[in-house]
Design a protein around this ligand. Structure first.
Ligand code: ASP
Length: 592
């Protein structure tokens, strides 16, 4: 590998020096980490750059403070007997006979740059992000991210994908979120939108014969922020012509595998596939975390004849917390019940699995008295309940039952982010519509409106019955990693007749369709190849690869959870001249 260390100012990097360099005169540059006085005449300086720490023995008379930037020339020598530091890569050597040049003085750092920084308030870290980035953890995260980007680019190039840059100033793209808009100075009263994704442009690239497109694309969505979401985020965005779902899954798996290999040394092979219906039924989630079991157990038929009103429901399922009874107090059970109600459950039934006087397994629960012997025995048999376990049951519509138990499963069983390895999963056959909007009576698309329904389900589109529409499966798929949705994609509609039917169902009139994405529909009239694509979030992928819960830890300059940047103070007001130029007037701030 090329040695990138030497520059005009230095010969080596701090973390590079080893016993083999003993006797050499070297020049290193970096920041002052720890400083220890040794009598009046000597000081030990830990000089730090991105490769690590190096002990330099300097004249104690120098006034060298924390985070000063130094250039030190000296001779590499072994550390004296008994002072070798095995925990440090450079721990066998030090640099002596030092000439010190102060390149920059520094004010005391706003927080300590060692392990204690983890406890510093995040706003303070972001306010001084340039100092925060000097820390090992941030260096590792940002460098890993660069490796991931590089590996993905190489993998996509090797598969014949062409990197095409699509514009940042566009007309609004219908991806379901709110747009960030940019006022136009040249045409006052009009606005660009920042892309929620390059969706329509990549489809235009397919019409343009690019065949395989990719881009590491910045996307902007004005949504509520969470630990795994920022206003702007980065995706590997891809599209393929004359390709099926399988082709896309294969190409994306190759890219993700290359990223994983670059970071962990392990390739990702044979990512399992599961249908949306199975994912919901078994895990209660369309992004199942399969690092742990605790699957949902089907119980509906056990209560087919029940006299217990709360269990006269279309779907009853349960989960079993193995050995969980003793550790779960009554007040915790009450909390979980409240929590389940906040998730939309009508109620949550819990049962402690105990040993009766006669040695038989019994279920102790406030509702046990309402259930028949056969029903109780059915629960024990179906769940495989053992003495000491705790069971939870929910009865509701199928989707609601799955949803609540899925969240409960995560609450009770989810391992920490950095445990359980990397469990990738493809979820396929998503429903085309996720719900029916109560106000408009129209179906709400689960992905975007350009997603192709399953060929076998096309006939259901003619059905005006909402229930039938909710049964329509789409050729849409998600990539899931450890319970995080990494990304989604679909086979696109390239047939104008199908597209028109979907728009009709969604209540998008011809005029509206023409106004919003007429350019895409026009393009399709000039020869559109069948095409399919995908996009996955690089912030999320990198976070999981390095074991971070919060994507802000793998973004150089993120916004806080409230959407502000403590460093630049964005978003900021602009002055009246700028507003005038843009033809804008501000309303008074809303009364709070
Ligand atoms: N544009 C979609 C998204 O950003 C991905 C895709 O369908 O390719 O989620």
């Amino acid at each position: 590998m090329t040695d990138h260390a030497p520059t005009a100012l230095r010969t080596h990097l701090c973390g590079q020096l080893r016993p083999e360099h003993i006797g050499q005169t070297v020049t290193v540059c970096g920041w002052v980490g720890r400083r220890r006085e040794h009598g009046e005449h000597l000081a030990f300086i830990d000089l730090r750059d991105h490769t690590g720490l190096l002990q330099c023995v300097v004249d104690g008379a120098h006034d060298l403070r924390s985070e000063y930037v130094l250039r030190i020339t000296g001779t590499v020598r072994p550390r004296p007997e008994g002072t070798v530091n095995a925990a440090l890569a450079t721990g066998e050597v030090e640099v002596g006979d030092c000439t010190v040049e102060i390149l920059s003085e520094a004010e005391p750092p706003p927080f300590p740059l060692d392990d204690r920084a983890a406890d510093v308030d995040e706003t303070v870290r972001l306010r001084y992000r340039y100092v925060d980035i000097r820390r090992d953890a941030m260096q590792r995260n940002l460098r890993t991210r660069a490796q991931v980007n590089g590996a993905i680019r190489r993998a996509m190039d090797a598969q014949g994908f062409v990197e095409v840059e699509t514009p940042m100033l566009i007309a609004s793209t219908p991806e379901g979120a709110r747009d960030f808009v940019v006022p136009s100075r040249h045409r006052p009263g009009t606005f660009y939108a920042l892309p929620q994704s390059p969706q329509l442009f990549k489809q235009l690239c397919m019409v343009g014969g690019i065949d395989r497109y990719y881009q590491i694309a910045r996307c902007f969505r004005d949504e509520d922020l969470r630990a795994d979401r920022q206003f702007e985020f980065t995706q590997l965005d891809a599209e393929m012509s004359f390709a099926s779902q399988d082709d896309v899954l294969q190409a994306i798996t190759t890219a993700v595998s290359a990223a994983s290999e670059a970071v962990t040394g392990r390739r990702v092979v044979d990512v399992p596939r599961i249908t949306w219906h199975e994912a919901m039924g078994r895990f209660g989630s369309d992004k199942p975390d399969v690092r742990f079991g605790m699957e949902l157990i089907e119980l509906t038929d056990v209560f087919a004849e029940t006299g217990f009103n709360a269990f006269k429901a279309p779907s009853i399922k349960g989960i079993r917390l193995e050995g969980g009874s003793e550790a779960t107090s009554r007040s915790r059970l009450d909390d979980l019940t409240d929590q389940a109600k906040r998730w939309g459950a009508k109620g949550l039934v819990w049962m402690r699995v105990e040993q009766g006087d006669d040695g038989a397994t019994t279920l102790s629960s406030p509702i046990a008295k309402f259930l028949s012997e056969a029903e109780l025995a059915g629960i024990v048999e179906r769940t495989g309940a053992q003495v000491g376990d705790l069971l939870f049951l929910v009865a509701d519509e199928w989707l609601a039952t799955c949803h609540v138990l899925g969240l409960l499963r995560l609450e009770l069983g989810r391992p920490p982010v950095d445990e359980g390895g990397l469990q990738f999963l493809w979820v396929v056959d998503f429903p085309l519509f996720e719900s029916i909007d109560a106000a408009t009576g129209r179906p709400v698309p689960a992905h975007h409106p350009f997603t192709m329904p399953h060929d076998e389900d096309l006939h259901l589109l003619d059905d005006s019955d909402a229930e039938a529409l909710l049964q329509v499966r789409s050729q849409a798929y998600d990539l899931v990693l450890n319970g995080w949705e990494l990304g989604s994609g679909s086979v696109r509609i390239h047939r104008p007749d199908v597209q028109q039917r979907i728009f009709g169902l969604l209540g998008i009139s011809d005029e509206e369709a023409q106004a919003k994405f007429g350019f895409l529909l026009d393009a399709f009239r000039y020869g559109a190849p069948p095409h399919a694509g995908f996009a996955f979030g690089i912030d999320r992928l990198v976070a999981l690869l390095v074991g971070e819960e919060n994507i802000r830890e793998v973004i150089a300059f993120p916004k806080t959870q409230s959407g502000t940047d403590p460093l630049t103070k964005a978003p900021t007001a602009i002055d009246d001249d700028q507003l005038d130029e843009l033809g804008l007037r501000l309303l008074p701030p809303p009364a709070s």
